[in-house]
Design a protein. Structure first.
Length: 463
């Protein structure tokens, strides 16, 4: 169920009204919100709910067992088994076909071709997100950062529909404490919630989908039909599209959660104003960045083992982070590219001095280059796209609206963040009637921009 659809526009007001009515009675609110979240998820496929329920039950059992075990080694073994099962489920649903196909191709190249079984397995929407959250729960219990929660609380945490299918990745110790006390409808940040939902709608429907159907999708589908000017425009357009698509979802998710009385962590902070790869990952998909840092990079040894081990850990972390985004070699290459960028920055350290504008320009264009790998359906298509950049030809896709959309998305991120925060503070003081009227006008405007094909699925739904 997509947020910007008629289906969700009917679903959410009903759920919100009942949620506010039950907020003061957690024993009723929790089962209700679990049922609503599973209904939301079942809109994709009711079979996916079985996986979500299984992940919830399995990790809750592991957390309880860890809490009852005093021996540290046994606690670690239980955690390892739980994480192993989580990753096994992720591997089967997301990576089985990828590994079988590549293994078969490798065996064929050395003359050992074998008829390996290849099954078509549907990818559950958002499986990467709720699996990572389940891992964070049992790991935080193992580290004694949180106490095992009740089964209802864990079910709410993992299934809560605003973040269920595309994040942000909310840590257990951020969400579970909020379930300890009833929410108060009179203290809900209505202004900020509605503002974020409205901003997310504009980002996704008005900008991201427009750039996708006008420039990005045609060029990346058959790059050999376009010259360098159009290919370059498509690369910049995709940088704007993926930011508006994913941050637009995040804005809506955070806004929906706020209206229900819950606070999610920030997931984006003007990533295109970064002046280095490290700075970029402190601004882009921040909840994934810290998950990879805390649950992969640091357990590998982080920067504690000397220069070369640090480089190894950075590369492993980013390659696996790329693979997390999808079972395809372009994602692996994208992760490797960012890993090499982080290694290069670490190697140079503070010995290379350059003006801030130059560091920004270099970082931005390297990130855009990385997005070409990320967007391409195959390595061959990525090579074809890159080969078209130096080719002269007519600029058939350039138009004033497209250029304004790209420049606006990137340029606004270079402005001070205080202005946005000031607007949110003012919105909290606006009268509910004016706020509702403004939101209705915005929804009407957004609806008028929807194409005949409807709203496209969010990019990160497939991850």
């Amino acid at each position: 169920m997509l947020f910007p659809t008629i289906q969700f526009a009917v679903f959410f007001p009903v759920v919100l009204a009942l949620s506010w009515a039950l907020m003061s009675r957690p024993r009723l609110w929790k089962p209700f919100i679990i049922a609503a979240s599973y209904a939301f998820y079942a809109a994709a496929s009711w079979r996916f709910c079985l996986l979500l329920a299984g992940v919830t039950a399995g990790n809750q059992a592991a957390a309880r067992l860890i809490a009852r075990t005093a021996d540290e080694q046994r606690r670690s073994w239980i955690l390892g088994i739980a994480v192993g099962l989580d990753l096994a489920a992720l591997a089967v649903f997301k990576y089985y076909g990828f590994f079988v196909e590549n293994l078969a191709a490798a065996l064929d190249r050395v003359g050992l071709g074998l008829p390996l079984p290849l099954m078509t397995i549907a990818l559950p929407v958002g499986v990467s997100f709720f699996t990572f959250q389940a891992i964070s729960y049992v790991a935080d219990v193992r580290r004694r950062l949180v106490e095992p929660a009740t089964g209802l609380d864990v079910a709410v945490y993992l299934s809560f529909f605003p973040h269920l299918v595309a994040g942000p990745i909310v840590r257990a110790r951020e969400f579970l404490p909020q379930l300890a006390s009833p929410r108060d409808p009179s203290r809900v940040a209505v202004g900020s919630g509605i503002a974020l939902i409205g901003l997310g709608l504009v980002k996704k429907v008005v900008i991201a989908d427009y750039l996708a159907r006008t420039v990005v999708d045609p060029v990346f589908a058959v790059p050999q039909l376009y010259g360098g000017a159009d290919a370059l425009l498509a690369a910049y357009a995709y940088a704007a599209q993926i930011y508006c698509d994913f941050s637009g979802y995040t804005d809506m998710a955070i806004g929906l959660a706020l209206l229900m009385g819950y606070v999610f962590p920030q997931n984006f902070r003007s990533p295109y104003r970064a002046t280095g790869f490290r700075d970029f990952w402190r601004r882009w998909h921040m909840t994934l960045s810290r998950f990879l840092r805390d649950f992969l990079y640091i357990p590998l040894g982080g920067s504690r083992g000397g220069r070369w081990l640090t480089y190894r850990n950075l590369l492993i972390t980013m390659v696996l982070g790329g693979l997390w985004h999808g079972a395809a070699w372009p994602f692996v290459l994208w992760g490797l590219f960012h890993g090499l960028g982080l290694v290069g920055e670490h190697a140079v350290g503070g010995r290379l001095h350059a003006p801030g504008w130059l560091r920004w320009a270099v970082t931005f264009h390297l990130v855009v280059f990385g997005w070409i790998l990320f967007r391409s359906e195959s390595v061959d298509l990525a090579g074809t796209f890159l080969s078209r950049l130096p080719v002269t030809g007519p600029a058939t896709l350039w138009s004033v609206p497209v250029v304004l959309a790209i420049v606006g998305v990137i340029g606004l991120q270079l402005l001070p963040a205080r202005g946005v925060e000031a607007v949110q503070v003012r919105l909290e003081r606006v009268r509910p009637v004016l706020l509702a009227t403004g939101f209705a006008v915005l929804v009407a405007f957004v609806g008028a921009t929807v194409s005949g094909q409807g709203v496209a699925p969010f990019i990160y739904f497939r991850f």
